[in-house]
Design a protein around this ligand. Structure first.
Ligand SMILES: Nc1ncnc2c1ncn2[C@@H]1O[C@H](COP(=O)(O)OP(=O)(O)O)[C@@H](O)[C@H]1O
Ligand SMILES: Nc1ccn([C@@H]2O[C@H](COP(=O)(O)O)[C@@H](O)[C@H]2O)c(=O)n1
Ligand SMILES: [Mg+2]
Length: 488
């Protein structure tokens, strides 16, 4: 890609990543967060996903969310807005039509989505399908986000809700498939009796599909046949969302940036360590788990050589003569089988950026027995200029592959200082792998443009850096939280 093209992409992606967050006050609590209504703050991109019951709407949403791994996405299910049943309706629940538009509290849904669009945090009710109630489970607190997905059978029914959407998707799945999935879901997950499920289907679900859901298909911008099996459609949708947000997948701009595959386990660990209420013990425990994943991933980028070994599994000694198999030893019980594998790179060392980088040393020691670890201390001044004030590195560092350790990549200034020192010591750029837990796009741009051959391995991309040079949403002062030196 030519440098002009790269510049354009960077320009486009920086604009959105940082706008608004430079202006916001990061000390506000989530419930107070409201982004200033200036032109520089982009409106969230709202996607509607409709389709028959059990068509695969939730599955499609999950896949979109997974592919938009570096975006914060809010999912709002129409199910959350079912009306509570009166005692009388509850007594005759088999006669209640859950597939009629009147079954939903659309006013409440509108109010919540409008708040989210204005940048306010909201509490979304959780619906309990077993008890037909939405007030017994604790509500889900949701922060504003750049992408909002509204999902539900009748999410296109009300014109006011439709008007909030920037993109409408209809998941079009064959009626037999929907019925088969519904029977399995309602009997297995909702403990319902099969005859009741079939009754409900013929009495309410099918007629409502024909009368209310199918007629809304005409509002869709995209119709996805085969739901979650249609990977091409989901890919195209994700690309379109990114284009509309003016963002580009950083991994596509910089081939040496690796964001480890996000799964709910990883998201869960991030949620814990980012929570300001998390106690030191849990913070350390979950940080260690995440660090270990990043380190293992980083090690996967080291060069290797092919190696063959003999496994203990093979033919019994008596059936093979020793001269045919030189690996046989006196007393061994089998001839062994050949396994062709790889040998780890041994010319390796770690370098931690004091102090928070030291939190990553245990994971590196645990993965690479006896690894040498050097240290660098960089002092950050108020105006974010950096000064290198201490270094202790292995003498032969220029012959080694270096794993640079620092849990947070923010503005990129410390990373540039550290990498410049390594390069000055003779380490080839391509031998440096920078391991961190979170990376701000700004830092990624700075490091990757200055050192295009350095690899960056991270577990999440952040929204940006605020006016105090702190990563947003971030996780606070990592070193203080990890080593327990926070001010009370
Ligand atoms: N492509 C698919 N192949 C197999 N099973 C699927 C597929 N998509 C969804 N399912 C299953 O069908 C059921 C309904 O899917 P879900 O995505 O929850 O649909 P909806 O949100 O439209 O009701 C779930 O049990 C899900 O695991
Ligand atoms: N108490 C309830 C509430 C709703 N339903 C059924 O759920 C379907 C909608 O959910 P999807 O995930 O399939 O979109 C709808 O067909 C309702 O009949 C229910 O059975 N019980
Ligand atoms: Mg669903």
């Amino acid at each position: 890609m030519g440098s002009k093209a790269v510049d354009d992409l960077i320009e486009a992606s920086s604009g959105v990543h940082f706008s608004g967050f430079h202006l916001g006050n990061t000390n506000q609590s989530t419930s107070e967060v409201e982004h200033p209504a200036t032109e520089s703050v982009k409106q969230p991109f709202v996607i509607g996903v409709a389709g028959g019951a059990a068509a695969g709407k939730a599955t499609v949403c999950d896949m979109i969310i997974e592919q938009l791994h570096d975006q914060r996405v809010v999912l709002v299910n129409q199910d959350s807005f079912y009306h509570n049943l009166t005692p009388e309706e509850l007594n005759r629940v088999h006669e209640y039509n859950f597939d009629h538009p009147d079954a939903f509290d659309t006013e409440q849904l509108l109010c919540i989505v409008e708040k989210l669009k204005r940048g306010q945090a909201v509490d979304i009710p959780k619906y309990d399908f077993k008890n037909y109630k939405k007030d017994i489970l604790p509500a889900r607190r949701v922060n504003p986000s750049q992408v909002i997905i509204l999902e539900g059978i009748l999410i296109f029914h009300d014109a006011r809700v439709r008007d909030l959407m920037n993109m409408k998707i209809f998941v079009d799945t064959d009626a037999d498939v929907r019925l088969a999935r519904r029977i399995r879901r309602d009997t297995v997950e909702k403990d319902r009796d099969i005859s009741m499920v079939l009754d409900q289907y013929s009495k309410f679900v099918k007629p409502a599909f024909d009368d209310f859901i199918l007629p809304t298909k005409k509002y869709a911008d995209i119709i996805i046949p085969r739901g979650g099996d249609n990977h091409v459609a989901i890919d195209l949708i994700v690309q379109h969302i990114r284009t509309k947000l003016g963002q580009h997948d950083l991994c596509k701009i910089y081939p040496n940036l690796y964001v480890i595959q996000s799964a709910f386990q990883i998201r869960g660990m991030h949620t814990l360590i980012r929570d300001s209420q998390t106690k030191k013990h849990d913070f350390v425990f979950y940080s260690d788990r995440l660090i270990r994943l990043v380190v293992e991933h980083g090690l996967g980028h080291l060069p290797f050589t092919e190696k063959q070994v003999i496994t203990p599994t093979g033919k019994p000694l008596s059936s093979i003569s020793a001269h045919l198999c030189p690996v046989l030893q006196k007393g061994s019980v089998s001839a062994g089988s050949l396994y062709t594998g790889v040998d780890f790179c041994k010319r390796l060392c770690g370098v931690s950026v004091i102090r928070s980088g030291e939190s990553m040393e245990n994971a590196l020691h645990a993965c690479c027995k006896g690894i040498k670890i050097g240290k660098i201390l960089i002092h950050r001044q108020g105006d974010n200029s950096q000064q290198l004030i201490y270094e202790k590195l292995p003498q032969d560092i220029s012959d080694r592959h270096v794993l640079l350790l620092d849990p947070i990549l923010g503005t990129g200034n410390s990373a540039v200082q550290a990498i410049s020192l390594l390069v000055k010591k003779g380490v080839p750029e391509s031998n440096i792998i920078f391991l961190n837990l979170i990376s701000a796009p700004q830092g990624v741009h700075v490091v990757c443009r200055r050192f295009p051959q350095v690899k960056i391995v991270t577990s999440e991309i952040e929204i940006g850096v605020n006016k105090d040079y702190h990563v947003v949403p971030g996780m606070g002062e990592f070193g203080d939280r990890y080593f327990g030196t926070e001010d009370d």
